[in-house]
Write a protein that binds this ligand. Structure first.
Ligand SMILES: Cc1ncc(COP(=O)(O)O)c(C=O)c1O
Length: 473
């Protein structure tokens, strides 16, 4: 007698099969998840980590690898939400952290010298003179404070962002992140937001000069800031065009709007500072996070002196923006890790970045080739453009139509254009059971990924491609 599974569309059958295999390999993670689900929201601590049916739970991590509770090893391209550009537990950071702990430098709540050095590194990268820095502990907080600064300084009520732009879960910016059929990137992305705040956040189309010009012409005098990732992360690993950022700079300057570049993913990923230096476009404020903490909770807002004055004591009274950073802001241990990381990236830039770029390119080309050979149409993003060329990021897409440009987040997230479930779910499982950990069909290469890991990854994509083809028919 045929089973239920035999009557399923083929991709569902493949999914079932992969789930069975994954469950078989990960009984301890399954038990850990069941235990976590009793006491923790959704059984964990971050939506992106809690993919179905349950994530593997990690016991240890080293370079490009993570090992789970069941002893499975994965080549990891998630790499700490893309923070670990040197891989997990990089030696220089570990060495310095151990020394720091032995010296008893594990303190918080005081000012210490390391934070000055890290601030100097960040400011120097952006061209130095006059830049001022304040640290906090997450990307979400950095973008929240940046927007508060803009509101405080301009006295204006509107915030402009791009559809598909993710800046963390700050109430100002939880709109236009998720793509929804019929609504596009216009909707609110969370309950619990005041209607007023949602109304005051405007969304424009990424890389669309006309739309940006239209919004700024119409609402310019009410807009406090335009916040944009010069290299869109979660939105699809898409580079802004140079013309787009130059126009954004000119339009915002002309209307007294602050331009904020969110470089929480792009910062230090392409060169040892923000990608704004590659574009040659200077914003008023920059947010950094992820890589700059050397694996720890560090983020920063870097701005021109005139803008950062809005949160300085001298600004005085009720006009001052209360940018406190938080209890663990500039924690001595975190500052140490961040400093080692940035110095290592600066001193090794001539070899690290070209190597990352070459590995990224090899993966993007190799994955496209693997799917083409299997007869499954697939495209990758992440390669950047003439302004930001060397990229270690990659995302895989399954176009439903032939001529999709993949230069807007709509191309990536609209299920009518790309088969989102195939990327997010089936491809993920197909690679997991072959020991490769990806997110959104790909991820970020680290400097610890070598020939061996890249080769094994391409082989696993090849196998996944053949499997998918078999079930697509
Ligand atoms: C561009 C960008 N901005 C802000 C954030 C939020 O950072 P965090 O998760 O540290 O709050 C993220 C996180 O992925 C991000 O990618």
């Amino acid at each position: 007698m045929p089973s239920d599974e035999d009557n399923m569309p083929d991709l569902d059958r493949l999914r079932r099969r992969l789930l069975r295999e994954y469950r078989k390999r990960t009984p301890k993670s399954r038990a850990a998840f069941a235990r976590a689900a009793k006491v923790m929201v959704d059984g964990g601590s971050h939506t992106m980590r809690l993919w179905p049916p349950y994530p593997f739970f990690v016991r240890s991590a080293e370079g490009p690898y993570v090992r789970d509770l069941d002893g499975n090893t994965y080549i990891d391209y998630w790499q700490g939400h893309y923070a670990n550009i040197l891989g997990h537990n990089p030696r220089p950071v570990l060495r310095e952290m151990s020394a720091c702990l032995r010296r008893g430098a594990l303190h918080t709540g005081f000012e210490a010298e390391r934070q000055i050095e890290l601030a100097e590194e960040l400011a120097r990268g952006l061209g130095g003179k006059g830049a001022k820095v304040r640290f906090t502990t997450s990307g979400t907080l950095a973008t929240m404070y940046a927007v508060m600064l803009a509101h405080g300084l301009t006295g204006r009520e509107l915030v402009l962002k791009v559809g598909g732009g993710w800046h963390g879960a700050s109430p100002y910016l939880l709109k236009g992140v998720k793509y929804r059929a019929g609504e596009g990137f216009e909707g609110r992305d969370s309950a619990g937001l005041l209607d007023d705040i949602v109304r005051r956040t405007l969304v424009t189309r990424f890389n669309d000069l006309d739309d940006l010009t239209r919004v700024v012409r119409a609402e310019g005098d009410r807009i406090a800031c335009f916040i944009v990732e010069p290299f869109l992360g979660v939105g699809g690993f898409l580079a802004a065009t140079k013309e787009y950022l130059e126009t954004a700079r000119a339009l915002t300057a002309a209307r007294g709007i602050l331009l904020i570049f969110d470089e929480i993913i792009s910062g230090y990923r392409f060169c040892p500072t923000g990608v704004q230096t590659l574009y040659g476009v200077r914003p008023d404020l920059t947010t950094f996070g992820k890589i700059i903490g050397g694996g720890h909770a560090v983020s920063a807002v870097v701005g021109t002196r005139e803008v950062m004055e809005a949160c300085e004591r001298g600004h005085g009274g009720r006009g001052r923006v209360q940018f406190e950073g938080g209890t663990f802001s500039a924690h001595a241990e975190y500052m140490t890790a961040g400093l080692v990381m940035l110095r290592r990236l600066a001193s090794g830039a001539a070899t690290i970045y070209p190597r990352l770029a070459a590995a990224g390119e090899r993966l993007r080309r190799g994955i496209e080739r693997a799917f083409a050979e299997a007869g499954v149409p697939a495209r990758t993003t992440g390669g950047g453009n003439a302004a930001v060329a060397g990229s270690s990021l990659f995302m895989v897409h399954f176009p439903r139509e032939k001529d999709i440009a993949y230069d807007r987040p709509e191309d990536v997230h609209d299920d009518r254009r790309s088969n989102v479930a195939l990327r997010e779910d089936i491809l993920k499982l197909a690679l997991l059971v072959n020991g490769i950990d990806i997110v959104h069909g790909g991820g970020a290469v680290s400097a610890a990924h070598g020939e061996k890991e890249i080769g094994a990854t391409l082989a696993a994509y090849g196998e996944a491609a053949r499997l998918i083809k078999k079930h697509l028919g």
